[in-house]
Design a protein around this ligand. Structure first.
Ligand code: PLP
Length: 288
């Protein structure tokens, strides 16, 4: 039985209950984070915490830097309590505006945020990393503040389900033919020899993995431009890959049933995947 953290307590699943009037439940009025842990060590905590603080401030939920920072210890304790110190784990953190009688406008200032954290075992899908995955393209139906990691995920849920239904891993989203990101990943593509990805605008989530990948791109001297690309350009990309906190760097070898490049992970993707994994496992041990 997993132990969860809810509003200051460490409790078994059946005691992790929230009131039906919680605004996370009613409106999706909250912010979440997903953090990787390797052998008890949180990966890039500071970047996740900063993004969470930005999102909460964006939604004007009163839960600031100090409160988010306290969740670091909560995550570490949950990893221990759930026996995950020797494994890889995924930490899910969620803060909502709290429970109050339903009104579209904000509840009384005395309403306290609901804070939930869970830690689950994460098993790296090595075959998919090695051989690549398939993806579909899908309309980006989300709102205009995708840079805030809100718990409103219907645009992503419906797109991912469409991918799942045809046996694909990811849905690559586009707005009027311009590729934004994946349903739960950032998307990069090698087009005419240059690595391209959507720039950091409110149209995409500023992925923590994307930040790490972009620093590796610079270190390795890989030609790269943060300029959005179209579906048409995507269809002639020689390489495409996804990145995210549980996706790491995963090659995409087919899109909408058409083969990408040679149909195998390409050289730029492989170079970045190797460098990324070296850093993931090394940084984790360095911060122990
Ligand atoms: C829409 C979206 N884009 C990108 C990402 C990747 O972000 P990160 O690398 O911080 O996990 C996620 C992760 O959940 C996501 O939901």
């Amino acid at each position: 039985m997993p132990t969860f953290y809810l509003n200051g307590d460490y409790v078994p699943r059946e005691q992790a209950l929230i009131p039906v009037e919680d605004r996370g439940f009613i409106f999706g009025d909250g912010i979440y984070e997903g953090v990787r842990a390797v052998e008890g060590r949180l990966y890039e905590w500071d970047l996740h915490a900063e993004r969470m603080v930005r999102g909460l401030a964006g939604l004007r939920i009163k839960f600031g830097v100090a409160e988010v920072e306290e969740l670091r210890g909560v995550c570490e304790r949950l990893v221990r309590e759930n026996g995950l110190e020797d494994a890889e784990a995924f930490l899910y953190l969620q803060v909502t505006r709290g429970a109050a009688p339903r009104t579209h406008y904000f509840p009384p200032a005395s309403t306290t945020p609901t804070v939930f954290v869970s830690a689950t075992r994460f098993v790296v899908p090595r075959a998919m990393r090695d051989n690549g995955c398939s993806a579909i393209t899908h309309e980006d139906m989300r709102w205009s503040r995708c840079d805030w990691k809100t718990v409103n995920l219907l645009g992503s849920v419906l797109a991912r389900e469409s991918a799942q239904e045809v046996g694909a891993y990811e849905a690559i989203l586009h707005r009027d033919g311009v590729v934004t990101e994946g349903a739960a990943t950032n998307v990069l593509a090698v087009i005419d020899g240059v690595l391209r990805t959507h720039p950091l605008t409110p149209r995409i989530l500023p992925g923590v993995t994307r930040i790490v990948v972009m620093s590796l791109v610079e270190e390795l001297g890989i030609p790269c431009r943060e300029i959005a690309f179209t579906l048409d350009e995507l269809s002639r990309a020689s390489e495409v890959f996804l990145c995210g906190s549980t996706t790491d760097v995963t090659p995409v070898v087919s899109i909408d049933g058409a083969t990408v490049g040679s149909g195998a992970p390409g050289p730029v993707t492989t170079q970045l995947r190797t460098a990324f994994e070296a850093r993931l496992y090394a940084l984790a041990s360095a911060t122990r």
